[in-house]
Design a protein around this ligand. Structure first.
Ligand code: 5RP
Length: 263
């Protein structure tokens, strides 16, 4: 791997090989998502605990202080919305030159495998990888399921992750699922777990993140289950303990409860 690419990945992935990315990109197709209506207010208290931010250029420029040193993964796909015809019909929204101007550590784009726009989204990924290789910018592929959350099973997600890796993605973001080792073993590049819609209890989040880490994931890109929680700082700190300190779900829950006093 060329030096620039390796250096950017090292900015993001900590020396233990693990990473906690905070995604705040949801507005690019959902508009002002609950608890992310004012992104700066959501982001600022969580920044000290995030290894990276997954974010669009618009929110980055308007809501993140350029003096901040948190590595940026720039969301560069979009062009569709929740109220439009088909979420899968995304294009590349942001050029590689813009990514370089914004001094990002990586770029991220969604692929929609099994949809009418499978080919377009996979060719978007291939183009992004070609451009990224030219400038030394790593690409994170997001295996998107749109509104079809029931697609989150090992067979489908393993297929998606493998295809993304074959096309050259440097990191793949997917959902945790039962038999998650089938997803990670079939994917020759690092796999990161997304969170999905908020689940009922914190313990459910700690359980699946811990399980995914045991089964070969390098970390998370987890948004709503952090910033829609009543105590987002306590939540992100507990997740950090699992990802970087090897905490068990029980220990993470104890940390979360003791952290509630702080926010
Ligand atoms: C939205 C995304 C998000 O980054 C991803 O879904 C992770 O966030 P969450 O944990 O809230 O699902 O790609 O398009």
């Amino acid at each position: 791997m060329q030096w620039g690419m390796a250096n950017r990945l090292a900015q993001l992935i900590r020396s233990d090989g693990h990473v906690l990315i905070l995604p705040v990109d949801h507005g690019y197709f959902q508009g002002p998502t609950r608890m992310l209506e004012e992104p700066r207010k959501t982001i600022e208290p969580l920044l000290p605990y995030a290894d990276g931010l997954f974010i669009t250029r618009g929110v980055l420029r308007s809501c993140v202080d350029p003096n901040n040193s948190v590595p940026i993964v720039l969301r560069v796909s979009g062009g569709t919305s929740m109220v439009g015809k088909d979420l899968a019909n995304e294009g590349i929204t942001t050029s590689m030159e813009e990514a370089i101007r914004l001094n990002v550590s990586a770029v991220g784009l969604s692929v929609f495998i099994g949809t009418d726009y499978e080919k377009e989204s996979l060719l978007n990924l291939s183009k992004l990888v070609n451009d990224g290789e030219r400038y030394g910018i790593p690409v994170m592929a997001v295996t998107a399921v749109g509104k079809e959350l029931e697609k989150r099973d090992a067979r489908y997600l393993a297929l998606c992750c493998r295809i993304a890796a074959e096309l050259g993605a440097h990191v793949v973001k997917t959902y945790w699922c039962e038999d998650f080792e089938k997803v990670t073993t079939g994917c020759p590049v690092p796999v990161i777990m997304a969170g999905g819609p908020r689940v009922d209890t914190e313990r459910e989040v700690f359980d699946f993140v811990h399980d995914g880490m045991q089964k070969g994931s390098i970390g998370v890109n987890l948004g709503r289950n952090v910033w829609q929680n009543d105590f987002p700082v306590a939540m992100i700190r507990a997740l950090r303990a699992i990802i970087h300190e090897g905490a068990t779900p029980v220990q993470a829950e104890e940390l979360y409860k003791s952290g509630q006093k702080e926010g």
